[in-house]
Design a protein around this ligand. Structure first.
Ligand SMILES: [Zn+2]
Length: 413
């Protein structure tokens, strides 16, 4: 039974509500576990659509689940709605223009991610209802993808235990099934405590936590030569202990993100970074505490599902972008350097094209750059067959006269 065109027509019919939901969430950016209003909007839409509701999934106030149907397989759609710090932006403007200085913003497009996943769940629900087919469809509202790894806690609580498939997507520069592995990732804070003192009158009495952080960072940077080439380690100073140079800083905190190809590799690297922190504390006669903030697993691929989805996307054809979309894309493109653009195309092993928006399906066999980031979808993929795709929404092309038709030569890949 081919139900796809039915569902596609259903999507077109109901999409205005979900575009409005996306716009609403865009306008109320909330980060990492503070998504109270954004999750409430998703909850309200689930109720409106007649889903059975589960709130505070895994004990997380902004995690939710809606289910519809009886019996049959359980089809799960994963949505997100968290924003990013420091990315406040006025809508419809093709250059940085914060609404609020250092405010939050939806630069990663999770406003789209959440509402479109809910749209997909609703379209499947409508199809099941119309055709009286047994089966359950669920929408999981997953907070704090950015830095909070909520899905890992939801997995641990058993929230996905009886799901048969988990489907998600992410706005992107390209239209493709996601086949590149993501990296396992641990975020941990290293909190150093020393002893304060006047830096000129009694420096010998002080023990500097800031010195310890600096030595730790030097140690980790020396470790880089001796770690797997596909591992990644980065850090940010969260607390330097103060701004007065004449005071020995008694406290300092550095946050590390430690990534590796798989969990054993990541755990080994976390232990090495921890040892370096302990060495820095020993050298400076300070104390250090390691506090794990979050951790996510690498994504397990599922080749049969990826091939099936690729076939469906080929049949559906590329997303339609109208002239206004393309004009806006060209404006954004003009803010990027050629190197920026080439770097993005490099992720799919392709030289840059002149298309205003990437309205072509990236072949499954494209020579993708395998080194990407991390996602808490990885943890879901360890308990449920998982499927991800990306859809283009960001433009990468230079302006062309209307008469020039940009070539689409997939042999470039
Ligand atoms: Zn994202």
């Amino acid at each position: 039974m081919d139900n796809r065109s039915d569902i596609w027509r259903g999507v077109d019919t109901i999409k205005p509500r979900f575009i409005a939901l996306s716009d609403k969430v865009w306008a109320m950016p909330e980060v990492c576990y503070t998504e109270a209003r954004s999750s409430a909007e998703h909850l309200a839409e689930l109720r409106h659509q007649g889903f059975r509701i589960a709130e505070s999934v895994a004990g997380i106030p902004t995690a939710l689940m809606g289910e519809w149907g009886e019996g049959g397989p359980v089809i799960a759609f994963l949505g997100e709605y968290d924003a990013l710090p420091g990315l406040s932006q006025e809508a419809g403007i093709a250059e940085p223009r914060p609404l609020e200085l250092r405010g939050h913003g939806h630069g990663c497009g999770h406003n789209l991610l959440g509402s479109a996943a809910l749209l997909a769940a609703t379209a499947v629900k409508d199809w099941l209802a119309t055709h009286k087919v047994p089966g359950r469809v669920r929408y999981y509202g997953c907070p704090a993808e950015e830095g909070g790894a909520a899905k890992a806690f939801m997995v641990r609580s058993g929230a996905f235990g009886d799901a048969d498939i988990a489907i998600t997507w992410h706005p992107s520069s390209f239209w493709e099934v996601v086949v590149t592995p993501s990296l396992a990732n641990t975020r941990a804070d290293f909190i150093f405590t020393g002893r304060t003192s006047h830096a000129a009158a009694s420096p010998h009495l002080g023990r500097s936590a800031l010195d310890a952080v600096e030595l730790m960072n030097v140690g980790v940077n020396y470790m880089r030569e001796h770690m797997p080439s596909d591992a990644r380690v980065h850090y940010a100073l969260l607390d330097t202990g103060g701004i007065a140079p004449n005071v020995v800083q008694a406290h300092a905190r550095v946050r590390y993100s430690i990534r590796a190809r798989d969990l054993p590799g990541m755990n080994e690297l976390v232990e090495r970074v921890h040892k370096i922190a302990q060495g820095a504390a020993l050298m400076t006669e300070t104390k250090v505490e390691m506090r794990i903030i979050s951790a996510v697993s690498n994504v397990l691929p599922n080749t049969p599902l990826e091939e099936a989805l690729h076939g469906i996307m080929e049949e559906l054809g590329p997303p339609h972008f109208d002239d206004a979309d393309k004009d806006f894309a060209v404006k954004i493109r003009s803010t990027l350097t050629e190197k920026d653009i080439a770097t993005v195309y490099h992720t799919i092993g392709m030289d840059p094209t002149d298309r205003p928006l990437a309205d072509f399906l990236v072949p499954l066999t494209a020579k993708r750059n395998p080194l990407i980031g991390s996602t808490d979808v990885g943890d879901v993929s360890w308990v449920v067959p998982d499927l991800k795709h990306r859809t283009a929404r960001t433009p990468y092309v230079s302006p062309l006269p209307d008469s020039v038709s940009p070539p689409l030569d997939m042999s470039l890949i």
